[in-house]
Design a protein around this ligand. Structure first.
Ligand code: SAM
Length: 386
């Protein structure tokens, strides 16, 4: 099975596919007339135009089209259209793969958000878009309420906020893992090769590599941001630990479902501040439920009032100096201003901003509850033993 850009050679196969998929999706739910009307948008002429503009992607299995998505434009925003999957393959996640392809097409179009519309009667579509991070932004009412169009949107680059800052991530002192090494050894040092430790919000892999030094256990990293994951892969390749680190693309809370059912260790370093209180609680609940008895969970928390503010971080990179000034414009926000300096001249800058909530050791204790044993081996570190 592959997902690829459609070509004009696919048109007759797409027509065959569309007839089957659209009737199967709507005949029972609405009626066959509705499906027939929808199929007018799948005429060879309409498809040829969209395919010629590179706006259509198909899923292909054994030389047959088994799924399709088209990207259109509504009021300047790219919109997902015609997302359909072969009825026999609807449980295979092909819809998610097609949605990923639609995002790539949409990025070429530009814009800050990706739209999707579905009729109210299709509850599966509502659940699918909800899970994929699309929030409802409005409804177009129809005479028959089942045919109301529910409009949804999610930011383009849903991958993560570090896209604006990833380049400067390593220069920050905040992500220096050296002071945390003794706690890593203490928490995970006695685990065997058969054990599994998850690193949630693994970022560029600084913690993964420190963890791999501290324990021979298998490591499962969860990281939502594509740029950070790219650095992570390069770092674990460089450290020659590709054979024991698995990388999942996902975020707390939904991404937790990608992790194993039972683990021997949990690491969440420099990431709790990105989570709102419900997301944080789902991570702590997941830890309580999935950490084997005797296992350890290590969280870094905010030791200071707002770690975002403080002295600039500065590092030399070849002929340049990188200086990063952190601000806390609001209690739950950070702003980082990166400068690349050549001699006395700033040759490039980047402003980045996002949410960072203060999370204390007490917040972690309260979220886990009165079970196991808590230790604070150093300021800013909480170790919980299940
Ligand atoms: C400051 S970085 C720390 C990375 C790494 N743990 C470290 O200590 O070097 C925070 C990371 O958390 C990730 N993150 C943000 N929101 C997340 C979420 N909801 N679930 C998982 N990771 C998240 C970010 O993409 C980023 O890579």
């Amino acid at each position: 099975m592959i997902v690829r850009t459609a070509t004009s050679d696919d048109i007759s196969d797409i027509e065959r596919f569309a007839h089957r998929a659209v009737h199967d999706a709507y005949d029972q739910l609405i009626d066959a007339t509705y499906a027939t009307a929808l199929l007018e948008e799948w005429s060879p002429d309409t498809l040829a135009g969209a395919i010629g503009a590179g706006l259509v992607c198909v899923a292909e299995k054994e030389h047959q089209v088994v799924g399709l998505v088209e990207v259109g434009v509504v009021d300047g925003d790219p919109v997902v259209r015609k997302l359909e999957v072969d009825p026999d393959l609807r449980s295979c996640r092909i819809d998610s793969w097609l949605l990923d392809a639609a995002e790539v097409v949409a990025l070429e179009h530009g814009g800050v958000r990706l739209l999707a519309g579905h009729i109210a009667a299709i509850e599966d579509a509502a659940r699918f878009y909800e899970r994929a991070g699309f929030a409802v932004i409005g409804t177009d009412a129809a005479k028959d309420r089942r045919l109301d169009t529910v409009w949804r949107a999610r930011p383009l680059f849903a991958d993560g906020e570090y896209r604006t800052f990833a380049e400067f991530h390593e220069v920050q002192k905040a992500t220096d893992w050296k002071p945390l090494v003794p706690a890593l050894h203490d928490a995970f040092g006695t685990l065997s090769r058969d054990a599994t430790v998850v690193d949630v919000g693994a970022g560029s892999g600084l913690g993964v590599v420190a963890l791999a030094d501290a324990t021979p256990a298998e490591i499962i990293a969860l990281e939502p941001d594509m740029t950070m994951r790219s650095m992570l892969l390069a770092r674990i390749d460089g450290a020659q630990i590709l054979d024991r680190v698995t990388v999942h693309a996902g975020a707390v809370p939904d991404g937790l479902a990608l992790l194993p059912d039972s683990v021997d260790g949990v690491l969440a370093g420099h990431m709790l501040g990105h989570l709102n209180s419900e997301e944080r609680q789902s991570l702590l609940d997941w830890t309580v439920e999935h950490l084997r008895p005797g296992g350890s969970a290590l969280f870094t928390v905010s030791a200071a009032a707002n770690p975002a503010a403080g002295e600039p971080d500065e590092r030399r990179v070849g002929r340049h100096r990188y200086r990063i000034t952190h601000r806390a414009p609001a209690p739950d926000a950070y702003e980082s201003f990166a400068e690349v300096i050549d001699g006395s001249e700033t040759i490039r800058t980047r402003l980045s901003r996002g949410v960072w909530r203060r999370v204390t050791a007490d917040d972690v204790r309260a979220g886990i509850g009165d079970r196991g044993q808590f230790v604070e081996p150093a300021p800013g570190i909480v170790l919980w033993r299940a």
